[in-house]
Design a binder for this molecule. Structure first.
Ligand SMILES: *[C@@H]1O[C@H](CO)[C@@H](O)[C@H](O)[C@H]1NC(C)=O
Length: 144
């Protein structure tokens, strides 16, 4: 029927719109472990700051909210999400973590940050350096 055809065209247009929409980094995000991350508005050059509250830490020190600093590439190919990265200083534990996420949007426009991360831990000697690095992945979804 005419009505269901119009509905189909509308759905198609909506999915096309979502396909070319890029993720908005600013906001509050949470991962599968319950860690929270807040990202500020990006400035004109694509840099941003924020805070990271981890739910887990490879230390028994008390976890504190930690500052993050990052930058995003300018928009590239249409329909591609620009790459970006940020660093979190876990000052309470003497650790630095670099995150390289990529944002993806499903057909409903729900954003997901597929993260890879590398963590560096302080150690007393160079001999211990080999064990002072961790690598992992994580998925963040928008809370608000
Ligand atoms: C993340 O935020 C939620 C809601 O405010 C809170 O319940 C939870 O404890 C927070 N997670 C961490 C690791 O602080």
């Amino acid at each position: 029927s005419q009505a269901s055809n119009s509905a189909r065209v509308l759905m198609l247009l909506l999915s096309l719109l979502i396909m070319i929409r890029t993720c908005e980094l600013q906001g509050l995000w949470r991962n599968e472990l319950g860690s929270n991350m807040t990202i500020s508005a990006l400035d004109a050059s694509g840099t941003f700051s924020g805070s990271y509250q981890t739910a887990v830490a490879a230390t028994n020190k008390q976890i504190l909210v930690s500052p993050l600093q990052g930058a995003q590439q300018p928009p590239g190919n249409k329909g591609h999400q620009p790459t970006f990265g940020f660093t979190v200083q876990w000052q309470f534990a003497g650790m630095t973590v670099v995150f390289i996420p990529l944002c993806f949007m499903d057909r409903r426009g729900k954003e997901m940050l597929e993260m890879a991360w590398l963590l560096r831990e302080e150690v007393p000697t160079r001999k211990d350096s080999w064990k002072a690095i961790r690598v992992g992945t994580s998925v963040f979804t928008r809370v608000k």
